[in-house]
Design a protein around this ligand. Sequence first.
Ligand SMILES: [Zn+2]
Length: 313
Amino acid sequence: MYVIDGHCDALLKMVENPAIDFFDPQASALDVSYAKMAQGGVKLQFFAIYLSERITQPQFDHYLEYINIFYQKVMRDPRMRQVKNRTDLEAVLTGNQTGAMLTLEGADALQGNPLYLRTLYHLGVRMIGTTWNYANWAADGVLEPRQGGFTRRGKTFIKDCNDLGMLLDASHLSEPAFWDLTAASAKPFVATHSNARAVCGHPRNLNDGQIREIIRRDGRIGVTFVPWFVQQGQASIDGVLLHVEHICSLGGGSQLVFGSDFDGIDQWIPGLEHAGKIRCLTEALLRRFPEELVRGFMYRNWVTFLHRHLPIH
Ligand SMILES: [Zn+2]
């Protein structure tokens, strides 16, 4: 069964360690490598531009450095196809190539500049999470003590993204920013890597009101494999299933997707340590849910969303 994974930080590792080879079957430094994606049946991977926390003054050039690494290391081989539109998506789903989509996590260096935003779009970035955990010019992140929402410039940015066809990611937003996004965005949005707070009380997880709102607007919720967002103590695949069950109980069976956060974590759920292991999750889901529903979680819910919201070509 195909898998579409809505979030990973493999580009950060490749920027920080240029010796890493994405196509090396022994690339042990990466949770998401070509070989592991093939092993796990991952047909489309979202690659986040996530600047290291060590960069205290993010510049647009930093984004370009990541995009350059993406082309040099991931897209250099014809086995890969960048997914920028529906034509690419169909080609990946029906052919032998593996898909890769660029996303941005933390719009700090965009500084509200529409030219920067458009340039990222031209380079193939198709989704933006406005903040990481802290505040920037546009909005407050989930760990920002003052817990503000979107700024005036940030709300203009939401509209610019809507107009351009840039998808928006609500993971990492503060709760007030989440509701500002809901009010300001004319289009449905995604939380690419967040779990259910009712199951695990971490602030990065979504409460039931937020989950219901994403479902109501037919956005997508990416259940993530970050152990401390799954459960307190030793996290397990069964723990991931609790989040799936909860989101389904709120009516989200057609909105639930996955966003692993691989290569952004230094602890892993046993049996779910890298992209090659995702079949263990699929098997556990198939023991608990009907196959049609599991197909939705693993790829089809992403496909319907992307089909609706990516440009035709
Ligand atoms: Zn993240």
